[in-house]
Design a protein around this ligand. Structure first.
Ligand code: XMP
Length: 323
């Protein structure tokens, strides 16, 4: 494993120039062809989609992949936000494909590889072939690249830097206008582009979505547990101003007692951190009252969850996500 040194962020001096240059570049590269943007609703993919739309107009095709791993009501809320900006989104149902490739896999890197292949080869590859598109616009940022290159974890959207040639392997070229930025730089760009606050201030969410928050096998049932837990945690912590907060479903189980009966139930870890750019993080000093309230909701509203733990580990040595 190479030493993790980090890469220099080339923060733009002038964000308006940065935006205009990226738009110009996208136009030059794509020419009269069409490009695809895959929107997840996060700040990175939203920013890239709007840059692409400004550059290409109707020649940018925007899709939302319903992969079964997203949060509650995600596709509806993303489509609504972008409709207001005049951008039409097609929702592509690929749930079965994702659960099929994840079946039986427990190793984190194996799960990531399976998700990458499902996204790029099966799902995007098919859309691109059918719609005769030559380019994929994506919101890879510097932090994704540096952690992957350093061998810390393979971010699903990092390709060329790990020796994958998208053109050779999937049949299309990838354009990454945000590759020099970290999260803070992307947020500034997003704001200046006119994206709503709900997007430019949205907390980071990993590419593998809720699959990154299920330790062990990712099944529809286990995703449903973490999805419900996510809804509770996001609601209860939304006013904390923390950089990121989410639950993680453990693979191990724990003995509990409910209605005077033994229960071998699920363990949920609560993570809530402070950070500027996700390179370093420390746990938020949440009040006991809030921790108790979340715990109570998780153990009463989600069947089978009988233990909740709060993670006090900083990054490093822990990463923010668990896989
Ligand atoms: P880690 O867990 O590496 O995360 O400290 C750094 C930031 O990147 C977000 N993020 C991802 N993390 N896989 C990840 O493990 C991904 O594909 C990914 N995409 C984004 C993560 O949520 C944290 O803010």
């Amino acid at each position: 494993m190479k030493k993790y040194q980090g890469l220099p962020q080339r923060m733009p001096k002038n964000y308006s120039n940065f935006i205009n240059n990226r738009i110009k570049e996208i136009r030059e590269i794509v020419g009269k062809e069409k490009a695809l943007s895959v929107l997840s609703g996060g700040v990175d993919s939203s920013t890239v989609t709007l840059l692409g739309y400004k550059a290409l107009g109707k020649n940018l095709k925007v899709v939302f992949i319903s992969n079964g791993l997203m949060r509650e009501r995600e596709s509806e809320s993303v489509a609504k936000t972008f409709k207001k900006l005049g951008i039409k989104i097609e929702v592509v149902d690929a749930q079965n494909q994702f659960f099929r490739v994840l079946k039986g896999k427990t190793d984190p890197e194996e799960k990531r590889k399976a998700i990458t292949a499902a996204f790029y080869k099966d799902v995007f590859g098919k859309i691109i072939r059918e719609k005769k598109i030559k380019f994929l616009l994506q919101g890879t940022i510097l932090t994704d690249v540096e952690e992957t290159v350093a061998g810390i974890k393979r971010q699903h959207n990092v390709l060329a830097q790990v020796g994958i040639s998208p053109e050779k392997e999937y049949g299309y070229k990838v354009i990454e206008p945000l590759i020099e930025l970290r999260k803070d730089g992307v947020r500034k760009t997003a704001k200046l582009l006119g994206l709503p606050k709900s997007i430019y201030q949205r907390m980071p969410f990993p590419g593998p979505a809720l699959a990154a928050r299920v330790i062990g096998e990712v099944t529809p049932e286990r995703i449903a547990v973490v999805r419900k837990a996510t809804e509770i945690v996001e609601k209860e912590l939304k006013n904390t101003g923390a950089f990121q907060y989410f639950p993680v479903l453990m693979k191990d189980k724990a003995t509990g007692i409910r209605n005077n009966k033994r229960e071998f139930g699920n363990i949920i870890i609560l993570r809530c951190i402070e950070s500027a750019d996700a390179r370093r993080a420390r746990p938020t000093k949440l009040s006991w009252k809030i921790l108790e309230k979340i715990t109570k909701r998780l153990i009463t509203e989600i069947p089978g969850v009988n233990r909740v733990c709060y993670d006090l580990t900083p990054k490093p040595p822990a990463t923010i996500e668990y896989i």
